[in-house]
Design a protein around this ligand. Structure first.
Ligand SMILES: CC(C)(COP(=O)(O)OP(=O)(O)OC[C@H]1O[C@@H](n2cnc3c(N)ncnc32)[C@H](O)[C@@H]1OP(=O)(O)O)[C@@H](O)C(=O)NCCC(=O)NCCS
Length: 123
């Protein structure tokens, strides 16, 4: 398992890929909204690789990276019926607003310390 990181727009936008055996299995993007806050966008796992822990492993890695870079908070938007909401909860995101009942905003405080990747494991 390898995680690739591509940085654009003067260091304010990243695309991330989790690859396994040459396949791109999961993707996500992140956008720095301020020095303290990063937005998580477009988390996706290819259908044949779902429920094997890949999105969790990728997002854990991404959040660790931004935390170590000094970012304080990660946030995202998710539709209320999306099973991804449970994934985000498991990673420590919490709902902070439910603007129209269809989409909710979730936030997580990031850890500045190095947690190590030993607990990032796909099944
Ligand atoms: C959401 C998505 C990224 C999850 O990817 P994944 O690699 O399958 O996620 P993981 O295997 O890391 O799942 C971790 C946990 O999230 C929850 N989860 C993920 N998919 C789920 C589903 N379809 N139904 C219920 N719970 C689900 C479970 O709690 C799961 O843990 P478990 O398998 O031990 O029960 C994937 O389903 C996807 O690409 N969906 C379409 C795009 C999308 O909606 N992205 C979210 C944008 S906000």
């Amino acid at each position: 398992m390898v995680i690739m990181r591509y940085c654009y727009k003067g260091g304010t936008f990243w695309e991330w890929e989790l690859r396994k055996d040459g396949y791109i299995v999961s993707r996500v993007s992140t956008r720095l909204d301020s020095p303290e806050e990063v937005c998580v966008l477009g988390l996706t796992t290819e259908p044949q690789f779902r429920r094997q822990g890949y999105a969790t492993a990728l997002l854990q890695h991404v959040l660790q990276y931004h935390g170590e870079q000094g970012v304080d908070v990660a946030w995202l938007m998710v539709t209320t019926g999306n099973p991804a909401r449970e994934l985000y909860r498991k990673l420590g995101f919490r709902e902070v607003a439910d603007p129209d009942g269809y989409v909710c905003v979730m936030k997580k405080k990031l850890q500045p310390r190095k947690e190590g990747l030993s607990d990032v494991r796909a099944r």
